[in-house]
Write a protein that binds this ligand. Sequence first.
Ligand SMILES: [Zn+2]
Length: 277
Amino acid sequence: MSNQLMEGLSDQDFLRYSRQIMLPDIGNKGQIALRNSTVLIIGCGGLGSSVGMYLSASGVGTLIIADGDKVELSNLQRQVVYRDNNLNQNKAMAMAQQLKGLNSTIHIEVISHKLTEPELSRFINQVDVVLDCSDNLPTRHEINAVCVKHNVPLISGAAIGWQGQLMLFSNNVTENNASCYHCLFPFTESHQVQNCQSFGIVGPVVGMIGNLQALETIKYLTQPGYMKWDSIHQFDGRSLTWSSMNIPKDNQCSICSSTVSNDVSRETNAIGDICHE
Ligand SMILES: [Zn+2]
């Protein structure tokens, strides 16, 4: 282990993070683990806003944030990391500025264009976990394929209307039954892609899912044993109810299954894909 990885926390660090360091599950060791971690956040919309703010506040050492879009007036209702004066600015750049204002001690790397698959493949080996906060299905499947290929955990969030979804994939090769996003939502070129902009969305719902993505990331980086991988958790904001289920591996999945078996008894999942924000 290098000196930098073993280096302790400064007095300022102890003060800044005192309320999470005092948790026995986190402590100094967990805080140092957060500091030494790199998290890739793809998409700086409503999910990315919450994820970015909570992960920078909690002291994740390096955040790589990617988004090629500009901040629009209609974003401000739920993409709460932005301010009026960020309008028309690139989202990743504007978010980096806000996150630096929140915690100047962390390192933020900005990708101010849509992350391409080759770039993602290049970045993937530098990161401990990927957070999918993107807003369209093709991108989500591209991210999934790269994470599966490189065995990097993927924490996905999605929200539309009053509904939100949180999905957790370990992509761990040592777990034979590890499933992936494609097992849950099989995707083909002919797949009907929903247009997210034609659906309404309640700001706190997307914020809540983003917060949970941040929570799961902190858990993974400090207490990985707490993770409930290969699961989906769906929230209904009207009834305040949650439904959760394990995601079974699709033995015929073209992304995560190297062998095709005859086991096609897997149930079609009851929760349909929803638009992503
Ligand atoms: Zn799969």
